[in-house]
Design a protein around this ligand. Structure first.
Ligand SMILES: C[S@@+](CC[C@H](N)C(=O)[O-])C[C@H]1O[C@@H](n2cnc3c(N)ncnc32)[C@H](O)[C@@H]1O
Length: 367
């Protein structure tokens, strides 16, 4: 548990931590990304619920750096709320700090918010209904998950229980977990007659974070449900892809080698990022260098679900590694989209068949 007891400055916020109040300086980069996202996508003077506020650092930064007009900071821990109240006063934020359980707050809340931030310990799954209750048509929802071992398939039964989805535990696990998380938000939002448009989707270090826009309406909700489907992985030729549709197939054969694939999901099968928003975020400036590089990479990566793991290919061929840049250039030369991915440093995202990647690798090695 990250704790800061002295004064800590981040962005324009000056925070004094407190005993038993969570504050992790290592999450600065992700808070920088959240500020940049709001600067580029939230309406002016927006209202925001920081639903798991701890020291209140997010709400304070959103008011000081992204133009939030009304800030409500909520925490179930009385020590955290006392601390957030002090930090609001010290930073001259005229928001409201409440010591309340999010579940209770969502039942009683007299208003709905333009933006809701959910950043709990571990899984956000138990809180999705609550944040949807305080959202409206056009609301932006920002959700963190740190139960990445669950979403990445180290505890498959926990993923089935929490997210209603079967994970995969191999090199695809981060992208698959992120798509499971978005799929879960889509299924919950549909119960509230809301559709979900993913705008920025990140999986990095020990967290996943999704930024989505909600749209009210039965057709929006059904439209989002139709973007659900299943991931497929071929353990024989290493092809990975998706099939769209709520109903799984008993057997799904690899489109390249005909082998029976391993299926996982439900997952969200559509585009993870809105290029206009990620482009604007880069122009607006993201202070943290690592986060800036991550957003640049996802702004460039081909918009195809999943990727090819180069070590899997070279291991199968019994050869040593090849320069990934050269493989990407040759794929582009053959007319395919190709690029690196934020999900795996050894992965190449491409719309090329695995057989083309294999032939390029052989060409490069002269075998
Ligand atoms: C990971 S910390 C939040 C960190 C903070 N957002 C930041 O960026 O520094 C999670 C916080 O959620 C609070 N929390 C846990 N369950 C809650 C609930 N049911 N309602 C409101 N707050 C809750 C915890 O007390 C804790 O302070």
């Amino acid at each position: 548990m990250g704790r800061v007891s002295k004064t800590y400055t981040e962005g324009k916020a000056r925070i004094v931590g407190g005993e038993g109040v969570f504050l992790n300086p290592a999450m600065k980069g992700l808070r920088d990304v959240s500020v940049a996202f709001l600067k580029c996508s939230a309406p002016s003077k927006f209202s925001i619920l920081d639903s798991t506020a701890a020291t209140g650092i997010r709400g304070i930064r959103y008011a000081q750096e992204a133009g939030a007009g009304t800030v409500v900071a909520l925490d179930v821990n009385p020590k955290a709320s006392r601390n957030a109240r002090r930090n609001f006063t010290a930073n001259k934020i005229e928001g409201m700090v409440m010591n309340k359980d999010l579940q209770l707050f969502s039942i009683e809340a007299p208003e709905k918010f333009d933006v809701v931030d959910l950043d709990p310990f571990g899984s956000p799954a138990p809180y999705i209904n609550d944040v949807l209750k305080v959202s409206k048509d056009g609301s932006l929802l920002m959700v963190t998950a740190t139960d990445t071992a669950v979403l990445c398939g180290a505890h498959a039964s926990a993923c089935v229980k929490q997210y209603g989805a079967v994970p995969i535990h191999n090199h695809l696990c981060k992208e698959a977990g992120l798509r499971i998380l978005i799929g879960h938000v889509i299924k919950k939002a549909a119960e509230f007659n809301m559709g979900v448009e993913p705008m920025v989707s990140l999986a990095d270090m020990h967290y996943m974070r999704v930024f989505v826009k909600l749209r009210k309406g039965a057709s929006e909700a059904y439209g989002s449900m139709k973007s659900l489907g299943f991931g497929k992985y071929c353990n024989s030729c290493s092809w990975a892809g998706v099939s769209v549709g709520i109903t799984p197939k008993a057997v799904y054969r690899c489109s390249e080698c005909g082998n029976e694939t391993q299926q996982f999901g439900h997952i969200f099968t559509g585009k993870l990022n809105n290029r206009r928003i990620t482009g604007d975020m880069l122009k607006s400036g993201i202070e943290d260098g690592h986060s800036e590089r991550t957003i640049s990479c996802l702004n460039l990566e081909p918009e195809v679900p999943f990727f090819i793991s180069m070590p899997v290919i070279t291991r199968k061929l019994g050869i040593s590694s090849v320069p990934y840049g050269a493989v990407i250039e040759r794929l582009k030369g053959r007319g395919y989209a190709a690029g690196r991915t934020i999900f795996n440093e050894d992965g190449i995202k491409t719309d090329a068949p695995v057989s083309d990647v294999v032939s390029i690798v052989k060409e490069l090695k002269g075998v």
